[in-house]
Design a protein around this ligand. Sequence first.
Ligand code: CMC
Length: 430
Amino acid sequence: MTNKKAKLSLSEQGTDIELPIYSGTIGPDVVDVGSLTSQNLFTYDPGFVSTASCESQITYIDGEKGILLHRGYPIDQLAESSNYLETCYLLLYGELPSSEEYEKFVSVIQNHTMVHEQIRTFFNGFRRDAHPMAVMCGVVGALSAFYHDSLDISNERHREIAAYRLVAKIPTIAAMCYKFSTGQPFMYPDNRLSYSENFLHMMFGTPCEPSKISPTLAKAMDRIFLLHADHEQNASTSTVRLAGSSGANPFACIAAGIVALWGPSHGGANEAVLEMLQEIGDVSRIDEYVARAKDKEDPFRLMGFGHRVYKNFDPRAKVMKESADEVLQELGIENDPLLAIAKRLEEIALEDDYFISKKLYPNVDFYSGIILKAIGIPTSMFTVIFAVGRTVGWIAHWNEMISGNYRIGRPRQLYTGHAQRDFVPMKKRS
Ligand code: CMC
């Protein structure tokens, strides 16, 4: 809270309304418009471009400077020196763990990796060719039907156990979605492995032989999870908060987040990047697609470019690009035709006036798509993997909201439909 005030002058009434201004630790001040409703006024901000929907202490983004901080720590330092589970602890508890706290956390997560055996039977209700995100929405939403002992949202311990369960079981469910689509047996988690090794084991292992997991690929996978762990009040996190504000249980709220993530403007972009590269098909056709992306009459956009918040560069993309280079080198993939298209698109976006003037840089999904393809993960699983990494962010935001003062989220509207009119009986309608 500051002493600063904003004044809103209403020209018709000739009156002024004083609105309080709050300052955060860093970032823009916010004007509290909550009292406007008593003046019969609402604010109008489609897409929430200028609206802070809540107070939060988890993640800070400065889109102009390309800064992303989790609990104050820069994303590049976390990607370089931490790992996914340590970052999960940081997001959930607010501080980096001591070595004992870290060991205990890892062991608790490992102890929750299995899913209830009956969940396996759920899969049989889906078509084999169902999109894995469709299966994820259903199965994650159904978790609340299995874990009744962690559904009391007013109980701090219940919320903590729900967080453990979600972080631990999401990779198991994600890998089951993949195995179901291929017809291979589901793999049980192996708790001797790290989080990302275990995921690769459940994805690519079979009961017939021991899994061989490349440390480079496991490190890249861990980085993908870490770089997607949280991103402030994006569409899916805001959806989780909105669903949670009605008192819905955490499993249902995370299922809502998965749904919101699915779209190509958000988490679906990594899948859309690969589909776009496949559609372009050859370097010789790039100019045609770049021209389409610039054409206002054509809805086509270059997937993996641009961001609502980052208008300089996406700091996650920088680190992800390093991992992409490492993975491609390890796998000896240098002459892949799709990769050649991706590299040329990247060059164009960095030197072409249209992309520079609109501040459209390659985003995190541009590079994560390339890595996931190289690892051998099918395109339809890309957004599922984003959901695995983001689950901890969703649950941290949900928990922050539930443990503080919150009200049900209930936006208002600018109504432009009919004013009141009388019902016309069917016979009298022309
Ligand atoms: N290709 C071509 N033109 C673009 C693109 C693009 N990828 N993105 C934005 N523009 C243009 C857009 O046409 C508009 O031009 P004009 O001002 O002449 O009308 C201008 O740039 C601003 O676009 P906007 O739609 O108002 O920007 P936004 O902030 O509402 O949208 C976005 C952000 C990410 C949805 C958009 O850039 C986009 O659709 N990108 C492709 C999808 C994508 O890669 N999404 C993943 C985002 S990162 C993962 C995550 O955090 O979820």
